[in-house]
Design a protein around this ligand. Structure first.
Ligand code: NI
Length: 188
């Protein structure tokens, strides 16, 4: 069942999410619903606070663009990225690479808003799967960017926080409009 996507500036987007300590049927259902919600919205990633849940669970699917990574290693072994999508990940811990690159990002909680964000070009991420296994993924490109964006969400950090001050000034009107819409939606 697709869920309602929480929009900025809803306070749940600033929550420090709780680790998932047990994979209950509710956690599985949430993950399945989040994948459906992400797909219905044509997103490449979605984090639990974006559907109002302050738990460390997020989903990513970048399989629409098989060339968006130059490599993927899972637990040290080369892996086929498309075959691993969508990825559902719990309690992620990132080890960002030193090289940075800038690319344009959007976020399903910020309709119509896009901006350039500088992030690590590659990373290592360790997380739990729904089966209770721990996996370590190493990758780059859009997948590395998505892991950073979604893991930020689980820490209450939003992509606008990582924009340059100049970029944010340029988006001031759009952000103000989102705040108005959110307040109106809240009253309805
Ligand atoms: Ni986002």
């Amino acid at each position: 069942m697709p869920l309602k996507i929480v929009r900025y500036p809803d306070p749940v987007l600033r929550a420090k999410c709780r680790p998932v300590t047990e994979v209950t049927p509710e956690v599985r259902r949430l993950a399945a619903d989040m994948i459906e919600t992400m797909r219905a919205a044509n997103g490449v990633g979605l984090a639990a606070p974006q559907v109002g849940q302050d738990v460390q669970l997020a989903v990513i699917d970048v399989s629409h663009n098989p060339k968006c990574v130059s490599f993927l290693r899972v637990n040290g072994e080369p892996a086929d990225m498309s075959a691993r999508m969508p990825v559902i990940f719990l309690n992620p811990v990132l080890e960002p690479g030193k090289d940075k690159e800038t690319d344009e990002e959007g976020c399903l909680s910020f309709p119509r808003l896009r901006g350039d964000i500088r992030r690590s070009a590659s990373l290592k991420v360790t997380f739990q799967t729904l089966d209770g296994a721990t996996q370590t993924w190493e990758t780059d490109g859009l997948l590395a960017r998505a892991f950073q964006h979604e893991t930020d969400h689980l820490n209450g950090v939003l992509f606008i926080d990582r924009m340059s001050a100049a970029a944010k000034v340029g988006l001031k009107r759009k952000l103000a409009r989102l705040m108005e819409e959110w307040a109106e939606d809240d009253e309805a």
